[in-house]
Design a binder for this molecule. Structure first.
Ligand code: NAD
Length: 332
């Protein structure tokens, strides 16, 4: 391994939900590399219920200080991003890194999910990121620099937690849009997405709750992963990715990264080869559903497709669009 350590001296990181689990590990790692940290956490149950336990943020701050680092605690909900950013600016006068980590999950299956629970999840996991980023953005723009991470979940690929999955898919669109804004302003601001997996309080309490509700319905207990697997899935195994995405050397833009148990991967959108049904192909007017049916091979041909650049906000590979528009332009 290289010895030129990635450092964050003189920088400030705002990490939401960093009183426990993944956020705590991100905070400890960045602080150990010279970063000042705003440890935001209101200390709620995994599903956002219960009384606030603000000591979780205090404990992380104490841990950072004991190791010689600098940190302040903040106990506001991410739904009030303005208050969190104000407190951070008052403490340290700048914010270079924003890690949107706070999140909740509720255990209902689709048939049990209520509008109230849906809204509660979206409010924290998606609107909370909006609120924090809305407040932090002018600071980053003023500094002409920033590194932002939003936290999604493998649940967005499809799992039995619809509100959670929708909120986590939503933050990807948000990160893409922020990256688009940063590019428009020609600023060194990068926004990327983390898809983590770790054995934290959230996972343990969610599984315990689902298991209890299964037993109450006369079903068997939820089968837990073997202890030796769980032991390998500590949240500290994820934070290296966050620290990298938070570093000035990282040039990734609006990319999605999986991280867990020492495994890392980058996820890309994949676009198939283009299927055309235009005048040039002998199709006058609107394409028919049969053109789509008969074009299935093309739509599954990823070898001749491309990878859209997240944050572009445009459909079609540049070559394909050039082809279509070039053809239309050349028509009399
Ligand atoms: N653990 C996993 O396997 C996993 C998988 C996918 C995604 N995630 C995501 O990673 C993030 C961290 O998860 P974790 O497993 O460490 O969970 P956790 O429950 O252990 O920690 C989350 C922390 O966020 C805080 N929080 C909750 N609502 C908040 C709010 N409104 N404002 C401020 N703080 C708030 C909680 O008090 C808690 O301390 C979450 O966004 C979660 O959805 C976790």
């Amino acid at each position: 391994m290289t010895t030129d350590e990635l450092r964050y001296d003189g920088q400030v990181a705002l990490i939401t939900g960093s009183g426990r689990g993944l956020g705590r590990e991100h905070a400890l790692l960045l602080a150990s590399r010279g970063c000042k940290v705003i440890v935001n956490d209101l200390g709620k149950a995994y599903d956002g219920s219960g009384n606030a336990q603000s000591q979780v943020a205090d404990e992380v701050v104490a841990e950072i200080k004991a190791a010689g680092g600098e940190a302040v605690a903040n106990y506001d909900s991410v739904e009030d991003g303005e208050a969190i950013v104000k407190a951070g600016m008052e403490a340290f006068g700048r914010i270079d890194i924003v890690v949107n980590n706070a999140g909740i999950i509720t255990p209902e299956t689709w048939s049990e999910l209520t509008l109230e629970s849906w809204k509660k999840t979206i409010d924290v996991n998606l609107t909370g990121v909006f609120s924090v980023m809305k407040a932090a953005w002018p600071v980053l723009v003023e500094q002409k620099y920033g590194r932002c991470v939003v936290t999604a979940s493998p649940a967005l690929y499809g799992a039995g937690v619809a509100a959670y999955a929708a909120s986590k898919a939503g933050v990807i669109g948000l990160a893409n849009s922020l990256q688009f804004e940063a590019r428009k302003l020609h600023l060194d601001i990068k926004c990327n997405v983390l898809v983590p997996q770790a054995n934290t309080r959230m996972v343990q309490d969610l599984n315990a709750n689902i298991s209890a509700s299964r037993v109450a319905k006369g079903k068997s207990e939820l089968k837990s992963a073997p202890v030796e697997i769980l032991n390998r899935m500590g949240p500290e195994k994820v934070s290296a990715m966050v620290a990298w995405l938070a570093h000035s050397q990282c040039q990734s833009e609006a990319k999605v990264f999986e991280a867990g148990a020492g495994y890392f991967a980058q996820i890309n959108w994949a676009r198939s080869a283009p299927l055309f049904a235009t005048e040039k192909d002998g199709v006058e007017g609107a394409p028919l559903p049969e053109h789509i049916r008969d074009g299935q091979d093309t739509l599954h041909d990823y070898a001749n497709g491309d990878m859209p650049r997240s944050g572009d906000g445009a459909m079609g590979s540049p070559n394909a669009l050039e082809w279509v528009f070039g053809h239309l332009k050349s028509k009399p």
